[in-house]
Design a protein around this ligand. Structure first.
Ligand SMILES: [Ca+2]
Ligand SMILES: [Ca+2]
Length: 194
């Protein structure tokens, strides 16, 4: 018996004696996740007789992609601006990363690290970022944290992105901060000390 592929294929080859199918090139599930091959088997009779069959090939996923933050350009940082005085627990924004792998290999969770990280929280699955204390610009105008996205693969792949949270002064308080001062001078008043 001899085996061959009905159409030559750039991804797979078949051993004509054993019928064993092997890969010719490295396969990427993220590009194509399944293939079909039509195999012709032929006997050695005279005249030879043949039959065809179809092989369905499914590519299993490997955790070969790291999460990529979708709102930050390559290695760029994320800046979130928040009005001071907003209540603890308010949503400041949402961090988002993508991972093209399948299942757990592409399922992400988020975490925060850095100094004063206790002032903020991130929802591990949705990426929703919240303040956990009252933010005042006079206390601190900017917080620099690191947000990490990690997949659930074994081993997991992680990516980090610098996150700057800038506290803006509200218009009310900026009006208060504008100090206007009027100096009245009276002509002819002699300097107190002369
Ligand atoms: Ca992954
Ligand atoms: Ca993959």
């Amino acid at each position: 018996m001899t085996y061959r592929l009905l159409h030559t294929d750039r991804h797979f080859q078949i051993n004509s004696h054993t019928g064993e199918i092997s890969t010719r090139i490295r396969l990427d599930r993220e590009q194509q996740s399944s293939y079909q091959l039509i195999i012709v088997v032929q006997d050695g009779g005279t005249p030879p007789r043949s039959a065809t069959g179809t092989a369905h090939i499914t590519i299993l996923d490997e955790n070969d992609n790291s999460p990529v933050f979708s709102h930050a350009h390559l290695d760029r940082e994320l800046i979130i601006q928040v009005m001071e005085g907003s209540q603890p627990g308010s949503v400041l924004g949402t961090v988002k990363a993508k991972d093209p792998d399948e299942g757990e290999n592409g399922t992400l969770y988020y975490s925060l690290s850095g100094s004063r990280v206790e002032c903020f929280s991130v929802n591990p699955t949705t990426g929703e970022l919240r303040s956990s204390s009252l933010l005042r610009r006079s206390e601190r105008a900017e917080y620099t944290l690191t947000v990490t996205a990690s997949d659930h693969g074994t081993p997991p792949h992680t990516s980090t992105c610098p996150l700057h949270i800038q506290v803006l002064s509200s218009s009310k308080s900026s009006a208060k901060n504008t100090l206007s001062m009027t100096l009245n001078s009276v002509e002819g008043v002699a300097p107190a000390l002369s």
